[in-house]
Design a binder for this molecule. Structure first.
Ligand SMILES: [Zn+2]
Length: 385
């Protein structure tokens, strides 16, 4: 596959690096990389792989762009809001580098399509940062023998590694299940919108994922395949911890118990059916308030979130509430319903489980979907007030 003069000029800074050179650039052009997710991690991964000249890039996303994405998902701008992420991303990459092919998959990756999509690519880079996709893509990569470039971000910290990577002895490096054999219980998975993430953090982790991908393609340097990189933005600290292959790993050991792709039922959202916590919808709450019913509201978000917007009631951050006794809450009317709210409905549920232990309230409800759903269903003006 010869390069045109324009391509040679375009990649001249790569060609000037002896470690990359024409051979490396050709390897990039011939490489096929699948990037799952076009969000916070996917954006820098895709932009740099396209700019670097990776010849075939597949991108998967089923979502549409919303305004809260723009704090970190740098593929998108105000004109993208409401549009399909995969389609905006494809157009952006095509405009950035016309010498590459971009395959768009406007779908969610799942156990029915993962093997079919992944099998056409050499390397898979995970930009979705959720447990369901992570186990699914890990398993598919092990079954198909593809390297899996993993990344995740949470609040101010991130991690990355290249898993199931080819080793010098012809075997494969550790996979994600070697490190974490089973997905965590759904109620321990942090909710993305609840947890928060520093906007620039995915740029750091995503560009490390892109770097490892390019090193793998060009066969240069030391791959991050036996160590997990941990990064803390607040401490500006990079740490590498050793990863070892688990001889009894369920999927990548010599006697695997997982031999085909299974659906994994877990998501980043913790708002699942929970029989012990009663939910109230935003519109039902509004009706109660309009009728002047004696309801009490409790906001369990942190101080800064409270300052930005609220729908009234008392404010006790969840971490403080968890330290409180029944006596600390004596100013509440124990007979009137107490409706607890937060941003997306996860912390309010935890608060209710805590309040149930104190056994002082007759009726407790969690505002379903939190203020985010309140804004979309009941009062869109709240977010701009
Ligand atoms: Zn394994």
């Amino acid at each position: 596959m010869p390069f045109s003069q324009k391509e040679l000029l375009r990649y001249s800074r790569h060609l000037a690096l002896p470690e990359v050179g024409l051979d490396g650039q050709r390897a990039l052009k011939e490489a096929k990389v699948l990037v799952v997710g076009t969000g916070g991690l996917g954006s820098p991964i895709l932009l740099y792989l396209a700019a670097s000249g990776v010849g075939t890039i597949g991108l998967i996303d089923f979502d549409t762009v919303d305004e809260t994405n723009l704090q970190r998902q740098v593929l998108f701008d105000m004109n993208s809001v409401g549009k399909s992420k995969s389609s905006v991303a494809k157009n952006k990459l095509a405009a950035l580098n016309p010498y590459i092919t971009v395959n768009e998959y406007n779908t969610a990756i799942n156990s029915d399509n993962a093997l079919e999509i992944i099998k056409s690519y050499d390397i898979v880079v995970d930009g979705t940062d959720n447990f369901t996709t992570r186990y699914l893509v890990n398993d598919a990569c092990v079954l198909l023998g593809k390297p899996y470039v993993y990344g995740s971000v949470f609040r101010f910290e991130g991690q990355t590694a290249i898993l199931n990577a080819p080793m010098e002895d012809g075997r494969r490096g550790p996979c994600y299940r070697c490190l974490f054999p089973e997905p965590p219980p759904a109620d321990l998975v942090p909710n993305c919108s609840e947890g928060g993430v520093l906007g620039v953090l995915p740029a750091m982790i995503g560009s490390l994922q892109a770097t490892e991908t390019i090193k793998q393609i060009c066969s240069i340097g030391k791959p991050l395949s036996r160590q997990l990189m941990l990064y803390s933005a607040l401490d500006l600290d990079f740490k590498k911890v050793n990863m070892v292959k688990d001889a009894s790993c369920a999927i990548c050991s010599e006697h695997p118990v997982i031999t085909d792709l299974q659906p994994i039922n877990l998501s980043c959202q913790v708002e699942t059916e929970d029989e012990t916590v009663s939910l109230i919808t935003g519109s039902a709450l509004r009706k109660l308030l309009e009728k002047g019913q004696p309801v009490q509201l409790l906001d369990v978000r942190n101080d800064d979130e409270r300052k930005m917007m609220h729908i009234g009631g008392r404010h006790i951050p969840l971490d403080k509430l968890e330290m409180m006794t029944a006596a600390d809450l004596k100013y509440f009317d124990k007979q009137a319903p107490l409706i607890v709210y937060c941003t997306a409905g996860a912390r309010s549920k935890k608060a209710i489980i805590q309040l149930q232990k104190l056994d002082i309230f007759s009726e407790l409800y969690s505002l379903q979907g939190g203020l985010l759903r309140w804004i979309s269903d009941v009062d869109s003006a709240l977010s701009t007030s």
